[in-house]
Design a protein around this ligand. Structure first.
Ligand SMILES: O=c1ccn([C@@H]2O[C@H](COP(=O)(O)O)[C@@H](O)[C@H]2O)c(=O)[nH]1
Length: 227
C-alpha cells in the first residue's frame, strides 16, 4: 500500500481542516474524511482535496439494505476517493452490492468491530459470548468472500485477520496511540510499532496528530516507526 498513514480530519468545518493541513507545507498526506467533516462540507470539499492532490479515504461506514448501498456507490464513485468504509455487520449481500457498483480504483474496507468498543461491550451489545478476536476473524472472512479489499480493526486483531484471509487482503488499523499518549474514547489501542509488528498495512490516526503541538513532527515520527 503506498499510503500507509491516514490522518483523520475529524473537524466540523472545511476551514478548520484546511488550516490544519497548512502544517504539512509541500506534503500531501493521505487524509481520512469522516462523518463530522463530510456532513459539514459535502462533495465540494472532497473535490477540493482531490484537486489539491490529497489521497482521500472517505469513512462513511455505510450500513443499510443492499439496494440503498448500491445506489450510494453510484454517488460516491463520482467523488474519486481512494478508500471507503462499510460496516461488515451489514452482511455479505450488502458488501457484495457495494463491490459490484464500485469504481475500479476505489478500495472498500469493512469495519469489523469498532476500536472504541471493549470486549465486554461487544458481547453485551451483540448478545454473544464469542471473543472479540473470533468475531473480527468471522467478519473479515465475510468481507473477503464479498470481494472487499480489506478490513478496519484494531491492530490487536491484525495478525488474527491475516491467519484467515489471503495475502493481499488489507488490514487498516485505527485506535493507534503513542506509547505515552492518552486513550481518549478508544478501547482496543496499539502503538504504531505494535501495528507494524503484527501485520497492519496502514494506520488511521486522528487526535494524536491533529491535537499535537507540532503535527508534522508527530506525523514524521509515526511514519518512521511504522515504515
Ligand atoms: O473502528 C474504528 C473505525 C474508525 N475509526 C475512526 O478512526 C479515527 C481515529 O481517530 P483518533 O482520534 O485517532 O481516535 C476516527 O476518525 C474514527 O472515526 C476508529 O477510531 N475506529
Amino acid at each position: 500500500m503506498t499510503d500507509n498513514l491516514f490522518i483523520a480530519l475529524d473537524f466540523t468545518a472545511g476551514g478548520q481542516a484546511l488550516d490544519f493541513l497548512k502544517h504539512f507545507k509541500g506534503i500531501r498526506p493521505a487524509v481520512k474524511v469522516g462523518m463530522a467533516l463530510f456532513y459539514a462540507t459535502g462533495a465540494d470539499f472532497i473535490h477540493e482535496l482531490r484537486q489539491e492532490g490529497y489521497p482521500v479515504f472517505l469513512d462513511l461506514k455505510l450500513f443499510d439494505i443492499p439496494n440503498t448501498v448500491a445506489a450510494s456507490m453510484i454517488s460516491i464513485n463520482r467523488l474519486d476517493v481512494q478508500f471507503l468504509t462499510l460496516h461488515a455487520l451489514g452482511g455479505q449481500k450488502m458488501l457484495a452490492a457495494a463491490v459490484k457498483e464500485k469504481a475500479e480504483n476505489l478500495k472498500l474496507l469493512a469495519v469489523t468491530q469498532l476500536t472504541s468498543l471493549s470486549e465486554t461491550e461487544i458481547q453485551q451489545t451483540q448478545m454473544t459470548t464469542v471473543q472479540v478476536g473470533k468475531s473480527v476473524q468471522h467478519l473479515a472472512k465475510i468481507a473477503e468472500s464479498a470481494g472487499m479489499d480489506g478490513t478496519i480493526s484494531s491492530a490487536q486483531e491484525a495478525d488474527l485477520i491475516q491467519q484467515v484471509t489471503g495475502p493481499n487482503f488489507l488490514k487498516v488499523t485505527p485506535g493507534i496511540r503513542l506509547a505515552d499518549g492518552q486513550r481518549d474514547d478508544q478501547s482496543r489501542i496499539a502503538t504504531p510499532a505494535y501495528a507494524k509488528d503484527h501485520g497492519a498495512n496502514a494506520l488511521v490516526i486522528g487526535r494524536p496528530i491533529t491535537q499535537a503541538a507540532d503535527p508534522l513532527a508527530v506525523y514524521k515520527k509515526i511514519l518512521e516507526d511504522f515504515t
